[in-house]
Design a protein around this ligand. Structure first.
Ligand code: M6R
Length: 613
């Protein structure tokens, strides 16, 4: 939710900031703005609309400053408008601030500042921040080196909620101050340049050396140096981290859209996720974990908690863990879990899945589980993300940066990782026959090749998309593991094509939803669960009788004449079948969105990482 970029160095900041905003636009895209330190003071250029709009503003190319901050917004407080766009300034225009997150107590702070003579020009929560900094700065009678830092720190200590903040000032023309709490911010470092961003891919083309800030750590930057401070303003040392992703993983590389590129990257992503974790004839390795047989034996329950697509990956984890380990697993939506007083103790293990590692609800649910004595495992794609700082154990999917808002390779890599985790649990517990586990492992190792085969359905799907892109409602059906995929297929379609769609457990259909089936409606079914295929076919028959058009995705030989379109995918182990059966549905959502001329990578109202509740 919102992207922030910053630059302090020797080059003109503006083009670097605009390039960074373009790369970060997937985090929010209803307005954008920039502020730089110029000879005459702070510049401020902003407007509603996309970054392209900002790049075309009169005078933007004349900005000369070599220090600047920039923002692309996903509106929370106040409609998208010029006034509500970031950066925001204090009344005297001494401080410019960009902010990602939500200030929960902004009403009280606004009232306090208004009583102290400040005026507000926007409806945002953010505008209190530069004014609070100004307030503390002017109240501070000491004129020492730390005055600026002290003002920022004092302002931040008054804020409740989440924030990643960058501050520049016309009084400190060689500095920038940044700080975070519960919102992401990374600092990329080169010799005489520093790059700041909400996430790593946006600045990966400049450096692979990053500092990751923890909550309430302040960084005072100059071109050649960074000093870090804790919340008492005592100096702290931080280690630079080298990130392995290469910059082309954050570029489209000849594809029309990131989503299509990321769909096609799945064989590679899955190979990376498997890495050296699976070995035939020896146990799965998770060097990050040290869970004993005794601990796992004593568990009453495992919770898997996540949001959206990550939650759908959790559903397939439930299937494998329960079947291999016979431990009950409950999958929960993080925003529900955190408020429903879940039964947690040291006998519950909680697994949290989050591609970004920044999802506010998932992190809050993790904190709650820890407080109540459960061990926590985070599954994420982003090294050093907030969730990894909270969890007892963090395991990475290593899928490479995912830029498109609609998650594709992150989902399949989460599904594979949680399946490997299930095998690991089963091996520690010595629960399952070695042959069964070895068969599953070898099927997992075959998956990258089978994903490549599955991707050859591209043209068939493209043609089907042309037939149905104007429809208003589409239904998805499946049973067992296939139901989890139908949920994900339905979400993908809604998200980027704006077509209303519903996913149902096929057996539930006649308990209500079948009333919606009428002549010509499209019903998409997934049929890979051999034990349940016949049952699902009976349900499909029921919708055909009522005039539905059917698309079937299957790894079995079926009577093709029964259905309008059949997509054949390779057969694989039932536990990991979602990794193949989701691919045609990802492509379908993609091509429908293209047919409708929509912005595939940046669907309306959405943002890649949801750092607010
Ligand atoms: O970063 P996370 O995995 O925590 O994100 C969770 C959801 O917001 C995310 O999966 C969302 O549903 C995707 N846009 C789906 O494509």
């Amino acid at each position: 939710m919102c992207g922030i970029v910053g630059y302090i160095g020797t080059k003109k900041a503006c083009p670097i900031l605009l390039a960074g905003l373009n790369r970060l636009e997937y985090r929010g895209y209803d307005s954008a703005g920039i502020s730089t330190i110029e000879k005459k003071g702070l510049s401020l250029m902003k407007d509603k609309g996309r970054v392209k709009n900002l790049s075309n503003l009169d005078g933007i190319n004349e900005l000369e400053g070599t220090i600047g901050i920039a923002h692309t917004r996903w509106a929370t407080h106040g409609v998208p408008s010029k006034e509500n766009s970031h950066p925001h300034q204090d009344n005297s225009k001494t401080f410019s601030v960009v902010h990602n997150g939500i200030i929960e107590n902004y009403n009280e702070l606004r009232k306090f500042l208004t009583e102290n003579g400040y005026t507000f020009y926007s409806q945002t929560d953010t505008e209190v921040i530069p004014n609070l900094i100004h307030y503390y700065f002017t109240k501070d009678e000491k004129n020492d080196k730390q005055k600026y830092l002290r003002a920022v720190k004092n302002a931040c200590m008054d804020l409740k909620g989440s924030f990643a903040i960058e501050v520049i000032s016309s009084l400190y023309t060689d500095n920038m101050i940044v700080v975070r709490k519960d919102s992401p911010l990374v600092i990329g470092t080169c010799e005489d340049e520093k790059y700041l961003s909400s996430d790593i891919p946006a600045i990966l083309s400049y450096t692979r050396n990053f500092y990751l800030l923890n909550d309430f750590e302040f960084a005072l930057l100059t071109r050649n140096n960074i000093e870090f401070f804790d919340k008492n303003l005592d100096k702290i040392n931080k280690k630079v981290q080298n990130i392995e992703w290469n910059s082309s993983s954050a570029e489209k590389d000849g594809y029309d859209d990131f989503m299509l590129k990321e769909i096609y990257e799945q064989p590679k992503a899955i190979r990376e996720t498997i890495g050296s974790r699976i070995n035939l004839n020896s146990k799965c390795e998770f060097e990050e974990l040290n869970l004993t047989k005794e601990y796992l034996q004593n568990l009453n329950k495992i919770y898997i908690v996540a949001c959206g697509t990550a939650m759908h990956a959790g559903l397939s984890g439930k299937n494998t863990i329960e079947k291999l380990c016979r431990i009950p697993v409950e999958v929960d939506i993080a925003s529900e879990f955190r408020y429903r007083n879940p039964i947690l103790d040291e006998k519950t293990l909680c697994i949290f899945i989050s591609q970004s590692g920044e999802t506010a609800d998932t992190i809050a649910a993790l904190k709650l589980s820890k407080e109540q004595g459960s061990k926590t495992i985070a599954i994420t794609n982003v090294i050093g993300s907030s969730i990894t700082r909270e969890a007892d154990y963090s395991i990475y999917t290593h899928a490479g940066p995912e830029i498109a808002v609609a998650s594709t390779k992150a989902y399949t890599s989460q599904v594979i990782l949680i399946n490997i985790l299930a095998i690991y649990f089963a091996e520690v517990l010595e629960k399952k026959d070695k042959d069964i586990l070895n068969k599953l492992k070898s099927d997992i190792l075959d998956l990258p090749k089978k994903i490549e085969e599955t991707l050859t359905c591209n043209n068939q799907i493209k043609n089907f998309a042309k037939q149905i892109y104007q429809e208003k409602d589409i239904f998805f059906l499946g049973r067992g593991i296939d139901e989890t995929v139908s949920k994900e297929g339905s979400l993908k379609l809604k998200e980027i094509s704006y077509i209303h769609s519903e996913s149902y457990a096929a057996g539930e259909l006649k308990h209500g939803p079948i009333a919606l089936i009428e002549n010509g409606i499209t019903v998409i079914s997934i049929l890979t669960d051999k034990d349940l295929i016949k049952k699902t076919i009976s349900n499909i028959q029921e919708v055909i009788t009522r005039g539905a058009k059917t698309l079937v995705i299957t790894n079995q030989k079926l009577d093709n004449d029964m259905f309008n379109v059949v997509i054949n995918i390779p057969d694989t182990n039932q536990f990991v079948s979602p990794i193949l059966s989701i691919i045609p549905l990802q492509l379908l959502a993609y091509y429908i969105s293209k047919e409708k001329g929509l912005d595939v990578d940046k669907p309306r109202n959405l943002a890649k990482s949801v750092t607010v509740e």
